[in-house]
Design a protein around this ligand. Structure first.
Ligand SMILES: [Zn+2]
Length: 133
């Protein structure tokens, strides 16, 4: 499984600190310059990389959490199943990547949000977990 499927990467300019999206760029290109004239990738290939997750898990209400690329996408997806009112939308929160949820109905094994996304993200939103009462 490609761990970077859920990651965007940015090369950071050594001079001004500006972040350049390098997600789909060749890592073998040296001597890349920023608009400021400083190096993003030095002539010897030195680079500062920052990775940012693309997908987050959003807690939609007290029952369900949706994995999506943005809160708007999560709302659009979840509204097919359950109407959301203004108060629900205001209360949507990002679930931390290291938050653990039960992986099975028997409640024998826990799995982190990061693992759920890495294992199950296929480019489309999905219900990451549901809380049963
Ligand atoms: Zn710069």
């Amino acid at each position: 499984m490609d761990k970077f499927l859920n990651m965007k990467t940015f090369d950071i300019c050594w001079n001004c600190g500006k972040e350049h999206d390098s997600t789909n760029q060749s890592p073998f290109e040296y001597g890349v310059k920023c608009e400021c004239g400083g190096y993003v990738v030095s002539p010897s290939g030195k680079v500062q990389i920052k990775t940012v997750p693309i997908v987050h898990v959003y807690q939609m209400n007290e029952y369900d959490a949706v994995a999506a690329e943005s809160v708007e996408q999560a709302i659009e997806y979840y509204s097919q199943f359950e109407p959301l009112d203004e108060e629900d939308i205001e209360n949507i929160e990002v679930v931390p990547m290291d938050y653990q949820v039960w992986d099975d109905e028997e409640r024998t094994k826990k799995i982190s949000i990061r693992e759920i996304i890495e294992n199950e993200w296929k480019g489309e939103p999905f219900i990451a977990f549901s809380t049963e009462y």
